[in-house]
Design a protein around this ligand. Sequence first.
Ligand code: PHE
Length: 365
Amino acid sequence: MDYAATGQEALSRIAGADDLDTLEALRVEFLGKQGSISGLLKTLGKLDPEERKVEGPKIHALRESVTEALASRKDVLETAALDARLASETIDLSLPAPAAPRGVVHPISQVMDELAEVFADLGFAVATGPEIEDDWHNFTALNMPESHPARAMHDTFYFPDRNDAGREMLLRTHTSPVQVRTMLSQGAPLRIVAPGRVYRSDSDATHTPMFHQIEGLVIDKGIHLGHLKWTLEAFLKAFFERDDIVLRLRPSYFPFTEPSVEVDVGYANQGGRRVVGGSGDAPGHAWMEVLGCGMVNRHVIAAGGIDPDEWQGFAFGIGVDRLAMLKYGMDDLRAFFDGDVRWLSHYGFSALDVPTLSGGVGTPA
Ligand code: PHE
């Protein structure tokens, strides 16, 4: 028998297959289990030896040529498919960069990162606590028992219901409860900062009902006011990236520190902008209060489960929003929380301005 016609037809159909699916269908048609050429091979078994000697090589040759044709057509089609994909997926690297990215980092977030960076360099770890607090952590443990007049000064937002322990629930009015939580959970010694949101029922150009603080707490042996002053000075110089920062320490009162100190920084009024640096008593200068601090009251250390006869420490609470205003020359606190995109694109930071001490913690525009 002559298989030339069968072979011709198969090869021409293979050559005409213009995609890989069609080619696969042809392979099954010819060489699959039920395929026509496979069928021919099966007939060999029924032939007598003499016929088989003649027919066998012809059928095998047919199968070989079809197999080869399928393989080389497959090669051609695969190369064409890859070329088409490469052509459709090219990027033109000579195109100009896309327009500036839309999103910006909010100045408060940026300043929080700057603060954490500066304090990390001074060996402080970051601690956190809940914004929904109970009155024990927010007041009592901080040496403000019920009926303490300082409680009234905090303009607290209370929740209607008490918690399971019967404690009144509130939005924390300062980050100081994190002092207590950290002493209780970690014990002494300690060196932490706790940045976060705090809430007071108060609103005008310099007060918003939600604002930001960063708490600092150091508990160790032999800690005194000199350590506190040095730490604050080192911190403010690094944060404002200036060496001429002058601090004024004023005696003050906080129930949770003794003695207590309020700290002002000197600034100059330059064309309506406040520029930090120099003594606030110099001509054209004034003082601005930036933080409260003091030596941790022994009642607070005891409430934190630590022996106040063995351990001492200092604590400070800084108004983050005010610090941001002072550093970046913003004049109304409320703009921080308006979500006005024009304000944000003016004062916001590029996501690539990651604060580092080597590169500078703040990157002025
Ligand atoms: N918690 C105080 C406030 O919000 C600030 C402060 C913190 C003062 C730590 C002393 C020590 O006003």
